[in-house]
Design a protein around this ligand. Sequence first.
Ligand code: FE2
Length: 261
Amino acid sequence: MVGKLVELKREIDINDLKDYILRNRFNSPILFIEKSNSIDDLVVEIASEVNMEIFQYGNKNYIEIRDVKFEAELHFDGITSPSVNRIPDIVIFEFPENPNSLSSNDFFYLVDGVRLAELLSYETKDFLLRNKLAIKGMQNKIRDDWEDNFEITLLNRDSSEEKVLGLIPTMDLSKLSVNDGWLCSSCEGVAFKFVNCTIEKTISVFFELHDLIKSNRDVVFRFVPQNGNLVVIDNKRIMHGRAYGGTPYRRLMRRTQLKLA
Ligand SMILES: [Fe+2]
């Protein structure tokens, strides 16, 4: 194991961002910047130097999301994409305006799939390699033709590493219920079930994953977004999600998605 989960910076400069995108994310898969102005110009400058695609939203390099209504399950961006070409390598979240205080408990969770895989028991790893997870009802506001019912392998293994990457229900277990043989999350209306397995098995696997995430500080980075915060993540390794059960409110989040050549 190399590096820290999170590299913390007070201010961003172009070299930090360039180093992260090109190299440092392998050591520290999360870059958290406390204060930042808009980085749109920096991203364009970096993209022009290296072979990097910025996903477009109309004529913008980013999408802005204001409404905070519910939790978002732990996921990586592009999970419902029918093509690997539409799965970003790097995702940048900026929080230019957030009227809420730290006490709002509107947590952003970032979970390292590589470190999580290292902590799994042999039995659970074996189970996750053999059994697909079925998911239904996942929200997809980007494109209508992308699937909202699909099956994934939650543990990915290639020659160099293993990682847990996909979709994991809410960190708040009190929001989970069983309905018609599916494990349902009340937050986003997503339902989960390991194919050809009992609901008890589905529940026990997710409880084990949640336990590992909650009890190991080097697996999870959790923060309440403040004005100006910016976080850059390796989307092929870090899952993100939100835990919020309060009254819907408005703040500004800006998301930029990058694909490397
Ligand atoms: Fe997302």
